[in-house]
Ligand binder design. Sequence first.
Ligand SMILES: Nc1nc2c(c(=O)[nH]1)N[C@H]1C(S)=C(S)[C@@H](COP(=O)(O)O)O[C@H]1N2
Ligand SMILES: [Mo]
Length: 252
Amino acid sequence: MDIHMQKKQQLVTRRTAIVTGLSALGGLILTGCSKSSPPTYGNILRMGDALTYNAQRTLLPGQSLAKEYSHRDISSFPATGTTNPGDDSKPYFSKDYARYHNNAFEDWRLSVEGRVAHPGSYSLADLQKFPSRTQITRHSCEEGWTAIAEWTGVPLSRVLQNAGILSSARFVNFYAYDGYIDSIDMLDAFHPQTILAYGMNGGNLPIQHGAPLRVRVERQIGYKSVKYLQRIVVTDEFVDTGDSGWAWYVGI
Ligand SMILES: Nc1nc2c(c(=O)[nH]1)N[C@H]1C(S)=C(S)[C@@H](COP(=O)(O)O)O[C@H]1N2
Ligand SMILES: [Mo]
């Protein structure tokens, strides 16, 4: 079963649990949620959800860092969900990805679009020209395992600033070659440990971990760290990306 099927199956049970929980609270009405609010399902709306980049900017310097580890803490690291979008025996097969893969990602480019003054695309070499950040962090998967690795990449904030992010921006959506989509708010997007990673444990990012580029969102659970990045779209509206039965905000 592929990750999307797994997500769908699990979300049915989760949604039932959530709705049951909400009814127990006394008939909260879910349909009151507007399209531009993320599905927090009756939790208090976090500040980051409601404010624009402009408003969030003053909060950015005060953000706490996820714990960083040392080299001797690095562990074995399972690969989950999609492990190679270039595998034509899989339902998530991407012809484009297979082509880039066969060409060592030489002509691969990351597209940055939406609420930015200068939409454009970046090759791996372009991204590697920005100052890099390396961090050893613990990944927590919702399936119950954790693992520690070293990640190297460009802070997402650098790329967004380079693209001229508009002050009305509120969310950053990630689109991957296997059809996977997820999004974060500006507090996470500009968090110093949120990086577009092209390196893992001192080498290139391996295929099974999202080559050539994945996100690392270190204060959120594993499924926010989208692998096989294709497009980044900045929006001023919350876009329901379809897996809405899963908690959108999953801080750890
Ligand atoms: N494109 C894409 N990104 C993804 C996934 C996926 O299936 N496809 N799985 C997510 C989940 S549930 C986890 S736990 C991590 C797994 O990363 P890993 O395979 O490097 O361990 O990637 C996340 N990002
Ligand atoms: Mo996961």
